[in-house]
Each structure stands twice: as C-alpha cells, then as structure tokens.
Design a protein around this ligand. Structure first.
Ligand SMILES: Nc1nc2c(ncn2[C@@H]2O[C@H](COP(=O)(O)OP(=O)(O)OP(=O)(O)O)[C@@H](O)[C@H]2O)c(=O)[nH]1
Ligand SMILES: [Mg+2]
Length: 459
C-alpha cells in the first residue's frame, strides 16, 4: 500500500467566504487588521464560498476514486520492479491572478523541465494573445484619455501644472495613425482568443480576459494541458497568422509603446498593464521574430486564466523509489461585484476558511505570499501601506517590516481557525524569479519528504 503525503499550498484568498460573514459578526480572526476598504458580505460572496466548497468536495471524491486506481497501478509496478511509487498531492488555492499556475510551472521546471520544454511551442499562441491584448489596452486607454482631453503637452512632470497645457493634438493624430496601422493585428485577437477558448471569445471590452474552457476539464494524469493546442489545426493557423502580422507591425507596436502619450499615462498610473503585457511589449522585437519560441521567462510571464481544476502529474525520482506529485491547479475567482474588497482581506478570509475545512484536515498547509517583487516596487515608489491597511499604523514602510507584519497577521488568523493543530509554513515568494523560487521549492520538498517518510514509518 502506498503511503501518501499531502500538502496544500498557495492559499491566498480566492473569494469572499462564509468566514467573512462570521468574522464581521464576531470580530474574529481578521479584525485586528483594519482595512481601508471594508469587505462587504454579498450574495456573490456566498456563491463564491459555496463554489469553493463544491470544488473541494468534488476534488476529494475524484481523488478518492483515483486513489483506488493508483493503488492498483502501484502494486502492479512494484510487483514487477520492486520499486515503490508514492503519490503526493498538492492543491493550489488562491485569489485569481495570485500566481497559482505560475507556481505549477515552477514545480514543472524544478522536477521535470523537459515537459516544460515540450510545451514551449504551444505557449506561443498565448504570448501573442497577451501581446495583442496589451496593444489593444494601450490604444483603448489612450482613446479614453484623449476623449477626456487629458493628454496634454507639456506634461506636468516637465514643469507645467496639470490642465495648463493645450491638448496635444499632434500626439492624438500620431496615435490615430498608429491605431490604423495596428487594426489588422488587433482584429486577430478574437480568433486567438477563440482558439484558446474552444470557440468562445471574450474580447472587445476594456476588461476582457481569456477564458480557456479547454483547461476547465481535468486532464488525464501525465497529459499536458496545452498539448492539444499545438496539434489543433485552427490554433496553428491562428498562431501563424498572428506571427505573420506581428512581423509586419512590430515597428508600429514599438512606436506606440515608446510614444510620449503612453509614457505619460504610465507615469500617471492611468495605464495599468499586467505582467505579461508589460514584459511582452518590452520585448516585442524578439517575440515578433518568425522563429520565435517562448523562453522560460515568457512562459512564466504568460497570463492564461485557469477555469475549473487542472490536474498535473510529475514523476520524481528519490532514493527510495519513484514519487508522483499530483498538482491540482484550481481557478481563482474574480468578484467584480465587489471591486472594493482589499486583496489582503480576501486572502485572510480564504486562508481561514480553508484551514477550517474538514475535507482538508490532513493537509499540510504552506502559505506562499507571492508577488513580493510588486510589493517591493510599490514601497520603493513611496506607496504607504497604512493608506490601505489602517492598522499598519506608524510602522516603517519598508519590506522587512511589512513582511513581518503580514506573517504575524496571517499566522494569528490561521491559529484562531485551525482546529486541527497543524503547523503553517509561510514563505514570501516572487514566482517570476526562477532561482529564488527553486530555493523555496527545495525547502518545501524537504519538508514534505520528511513528513512522508515519517508517515511511512521509516523513521
Ligand atoms: N510580478 C509578478 N508577477 C507574477 C508573480 N507570480 C505570477 N505572476 C504573474 O501574474 C499573472 C497571473 O498569474 P497566474 O499564475 O496565471 O495566476 P493564477 O493564480 O493561476 O490565476 P487564475 O488562474 O485566474 O486563478 C501572470 O501573468 C504571472 O506571470 C510574481 O511573483 N510577481
Ligand atoms: Mg491559474
């Protein structure tokens, strides 16, 4: 009988939960963290919470069934080779865009980088889609700002007070020219999105995103979620067309990205692009080459929203045999009905509801507080934490103080709700940094293996 060790990691908040209602009425767990934007317990919050519970229940039932099959397989194999095969399960939970799928890629890179290599060509269509979406977003934001006659010259940072300069008609004309030249590229977004979404395109609005139902289904253990994209005729055609149009418009994209109006909007923080958009626009020359294949960095930067739960399976060779990691990448939830909710509050709520969930009572809990690079950047830019979290008070506005503060609060909230007495391991991560992440994964592996060996009665 194989032994199983389980680990639940990536916990930051995914949705409003029942715990939110509880904590607001009882003043429990999160109350010591006073947030500027107070969370509102909406009907949508309850739905989101129920949906998480439903996901977890389905997942538990599915794993139960799968476990029976796996045990048979293990017996068969160990009978033939006398090598034991153990299974460790990792569930990635967290807010939408918190970096769960990026962690899954980092795990893949750490344990089975050849599988990531095999996937590279399939990521090309996603990189193109992300890049085109970024170009469209830039154009839309410029159009919006021009419509308000806000793009002015000379820019305030050049000495003029806001509103004093004449509207930059020259800039507006230049942008209109660039927009016209980019129309053939923008028009491809629909077909790329449609290929990624199996026929359903979610593009055309300022906040459109890519939903890939292909990924909503469980993939069989060992299969790669993107593999079918690479083989799909429609996807290949759309990818090649995008590559061709990119090749002819690359200089226009660069001219747009370097345009003073764009610099101005970025400076005023009126144009916000996600990691993928900024990264791919910065490297558009390389990405537009005909023989372009996404680098590891590109794959980590890509934004492709997970829908449902995706199962990944990674084989790891250890001294005592073969160990299989089953990684369940669960989609995060956006609650657009409640845009004011502070993400830190959201994360605390999810952590407390997950740690109190009896379905996960045997799980080893690891909390990864991700995107520390963004926190550092914001602190360096002078953004004050106390403006968003009032209880931060007069503490020093630097990374180490902030990290300690968040660690203490998350741990306190966890201890209050964790009725199963498990240790919570907390790491601060920046998932785009391969080296730093691999160091953390090594320490997580050590922890999991120790527990596994202890459970197996080997120590
Ligand atoms: N700056 C920065 N960006 C990150 C980090 N981790 C992930 N990202 C980026 O954030 C975006 C979202 O990451 P995902 O891994 O897709 O997020 P997710 O949690 O899987 O999101 P859902 O699938 O919607 O639940 C991607 O463009 C990543 O490249 C990080 O540590 N720092
Ligand atoms: Mg994801």
């Amino acid at each position: 009988m194989s032994q199983r060790s389980r680990i639940s990691c990536r916990l930051p908040g995914r949705a409003r939960t029942a715990a939110r209602k509880q904590s607001s009425s009882t003043g429990s767990s999160c109350s010591s963290l006073s947030l500027r934007a107070d969370p509102v317990a909406t009907e949508a919050a309850q739905r989101a919470s129920d949906s998480i519970d439903e996901d977890i229940k389905k997942e538990a039932a599915r794993r139960q069934a799968a476990r029976r099959r796996e045990v048979k397989g293990v017996h068969g194999w160990s009978f033939r080779s006398s090598v034991s095969e153990d299974i460790g399960q990792v569930i990635l939970l967290g807010q939408a865009e918190s970096g769960k799928s990026t962690l899954q890629k980092q795990l893949q890179l750490y344990y089975a980088s050849h599988t990531l290599d095999a996937e590279r060509p399939s990521w090309r269509i996603v990189v193109y889609a992300n890049l085109i979406k970024a170009v469209r977003t830039v154009l839309e934001e410029l159009e919006y700002e021009f419509s308000l006659a806000r793009i002015e010259y000379p820019w305030p940072e050049h000495g003029a007070s806001p509103g004093s300069g004449p509207t930059d008609v020259g800039a507006q004309n230049e942008i209109n020219e660039l927009r016209r030249a980019l129309l053939p590229l923008i028009s491809l977004e629909g077909s790329l999105s449609s290929e990624l979404s199996d026929g359903i395109a979610f593009v055309g609005t300022r906040h459109a995103s890519l939903f890939p139902p292909r990924q909503a289904l469980f993939t069989r253990p060992g299969t790669r979620p993107l593999a079918d994209l690479h083989r799909s005729h429609g996807a290949v055609v759309a990818t090649n067309r995008a590559a061709q149009v990119l090749g002819t418009t690359v200089h226009v994209i660069e001219a747009l990205w370097r345009h003073r109006s764009v610099g101005h909007l970025l400076h005023l923080r009126k144009l916000r692009l996600d990691e993928s958009g900024t990264s791919f626009l910065n490297q558009v020359q390389r990405i537009s080459k005909p023989d372009y294949v996404p680098s590891t960095d590109d794959v980590l930067h890509v934004r492709l929203q997970t829908v449902g739960v995706i199962e990944h399976s990674i084989k790891v060779n250890i001294a005592s045999g073969v160990y299989i990691w089953k990684i369940y990448d669960v989609s995060g939830i956006y609650l657009e009905e409640d845009p004011l909710t502070n993400r830190v509050s959201d994360s605390l709520q999810l952590l407390t509801s997950v740690c109190a969930n009896p379905l996960l009572k045997n799980a080893q809990m690891i909390l990864l507080l991700n995107k520390t690079d963004i926190l550092r950047r914001k602190l360096e830019a002078g953004i004050q934490i106390r403006d968003y979290i009032t209880s931060y008070g007069a503490r020093a506005n630097n990374f180490s103080t902030a990290a300690e503060y968040f660690r203490t609060h998350f741990l306190a909230a966890y201890k209050k709700k964790d009725v199963f007495g498990r240790t919570l391991y907390i790491h601060f991560t920046s998932m785009l940094d391969v080296y730093a992440t691999q160091v953390i994964l090594a320490s997580m592996e050590d922890l999991i293996m120790r527990r596994h060996i202890a459970q197996a009665g080997l120590v």
